[in-house]
Design a protein around this ligand. Structure first.
Ligand code: ZN
Ligand code: ZN
Length: 361
C-alpha cells in the first residue's frame, strides 16, 4: 500500500508498505479520508505527543495521521461486531485495555501510553501517535475504536466525528451539559467551532464564541453553527464582553480552545463563582496563573486529552441528527499524493483553511 512516513522533522516521504494484518479483536480499515489536525503539525514538526519505541517518532517508518474514516476491508479472528463493507469513523486511542485508566474509560490517558514494543509490550495503540496512522491506504484498528458512520454522511464530514467526540468528552468531564447553561468557547479553530455546534445542539444558552480580528470569517461560521454571540477580542475586552452578555453573572462553562497565554486567567474571570473550565488547547510555554482567584472563587479547571469514555459514539449520533451544519468546518480536500500540501494549508491557514482533508481516492 501507499503510506506517508515521517523521516526527520518536517520530512514526509510517500513509500510502499505492506498492508497490515488485523489481529484478534481488530479489523483492517481501507481509509477513505483523513483530516489534518493541529496535533499532526506538532508531531511532524516536534515529535510529541507521538511516542514510538520509547522516543521521538523520527526515522522510524512511522505513518502519522489520526483523524480518519474508512471502510472495513478485512476482519481479524473472532470479530463479528462489524462486517466487511461497513463504513466507520475511528477513535484515535484504543489504549492498552489493561491499566487503571483504560478500565475507567479514560483510555486517552492510558498509563501504558506508547508501551507497545520489546519487553514492555502492553499492547497500547493510538493510531497516528504510538502506532501507524491514517496518511496511508490502510490501517488496523481495534473494534473498540470503530464508530459506524451514518449512510448519508460524506467521507469528509465523517472525519469530523472525532472532533465532535473531543467536545463531548470535554463537556462530560465538566459534569455534563444541562439545557440552559451558558457556554463560552474561546478560540474558533476546528474544535472551538465544533464546540459551538455541539453545545448549541445540546441546549446551551447562551453560546458565546470568542476570536480575534484574524478570525473574522471563522466567527461568522460560528454564528452559522449556533453561536448566540460572537466576540472579536480585538474590539472588545473579552471578560467585559462575557459579563455584558451574561448580565454580570459569568458563564457556567468555558471551553478553552485557543491556547492563548492568558486564556486560563481570562476564563477564570468569565465563569461564575463555582464555574468550570475545560482546557482543550494549551500555550507552548509555561504561563503565570492567578491561583488565588481560582481557589477563592471555587473555580474548577479540567484538562482533557482527546476523546475518552466512548464520547465519539455519542458524537456520531449527534452528528447524524444534523442539528448544526458541521460540514462548514471542512474547507479543503487534497488527494493522498498531496499530504504535504494539505499540511501546509492547515499550518499556514492558506485560504482561511479550517479542516483540511486528505482523500484516498
Ligand atoms: Zn486531532
Ligand atoms: Zn491503558
Amino acid at each position: 500500500m501507499k503510506a506517508w512516513v515521517l523521516g526527520g522533522p518536517d520530512e514526509l516521504r510517500l513509500v510502499e508498505k505492506p498492508v497490515p494484518r488485523p489481529g484478534a479483536a481488530e479489523v483492517l480499515v481501507r481509509i477513505g479520508a483523513t483530516a489534518v489536525c493541529g496535533t499532526d503539525l506538532e508531531v511532524i514538526h516536534h515529535g510529541p505527543p507521538a511516542l514510538i519505541q520509547g522516543g521521538l517518532p523520527f526515522n522510524k517508518n512511522f505513518t502519522p495521521g489520526h483523524e480518519y474514516m474508512g471502510t472495513v476491508a478485512q476482519l481479524g479472528p473472532g470479530v463479528d461486531e462489524f462486517d466487511v463493507g461497513d463504513r466507520v469513523a475511528v477513535e484515535i486511542h484504543a489504549g492498552c485495555g489493561r491499566c487503571e485508566r483504560c478500565r475507567e474509560g479514560m483510555y486517552t490517558a492510558c498509563i501504558n501510553y506508547g508501551m507497545n514494543y520489546g519487553d514492555r509490550d502492553k499492547g497500547h495503540r493510538a493510531n497516528g501517535f504510538t502506532t501507524d496512522g491514517g496518511f496511508a491506504e490502510y490501517a488496523v484498528n481495534h473494534v473498540n475504536t470503530l464508530v459506524p458512520v451514518p449512510r448519508d454522511m460524506s467521507d469528509e464530514d465523517a472525519t469530523l466525528i472525532v472532533t465532535a467526540g473531543t467536545v463531548i468528552y470535554g463537556l462530560d468531564v465538566l459534569g455534563g451539559l444541562v439545557a440552559g447553561q451558558s457556554v463560552v468557547v474561546t478560540g474558533p479553530g476546528a474544535i472551538g467551532l465544533m464546540g459551538v455546534g455541539v453545545a448549541k445542539a445540546l441546549g446551551a444558552s447562551p453560546v458565546v464564541l470568542t476570536g480575534t480580528e484574524r478570525d473574522r470569517r471563522r466567527l461568522e461560521i460560528g454564528r452559522k453553527l449556533g453561536a448566540d454571540e460572537v466576540v472579536d477580542v480585538s474590539r472588545e475586552e473579552v471578560v467585559a464582553a462575557v459579563m455584558r452578555i451574561t448580565r454580570g453573572r459569568g458563564a457556567h462553562y468555558v471551553l478553552e480552545c485557543s491556547g492563548a497565554p492568558n486564556a486560563l486567567n481570562d476564563a477564570a474571570h468569565m465563569v461564575s463563582r463555582g464555574g468550570r473550565i475545560c482546557l482543550v488547547a494549551f500555550p507552548h510555554a509555561p504561563v503565570p496563573v492567578d491561583v488565588a482567584h481560582l481557589v477563592s472563587n471555587n473555580i474548577y479547571v479540567f484538562g482533557i486529552r482527546g476523546e475518552g469514555r466512548s464520547a465519539t459514539r455519542r458524537a456520531a449520533a449527534l452528528m447524524a441528527q444534523k442539528r448544526f451544519p458541521a460540514k462548514l468546518l471542512h474547507t479543503h480536500s487534497f488527494p493522498l499524493e498531496e499530504v504535504p500540501t494539505a499540511i501546509r494549508y492547515a499550518a499556514e491557514r492558506i485560504e482561511d483553511a479550517i479542516k483540511v482533508v486528505v482523500r484516498m481516492r
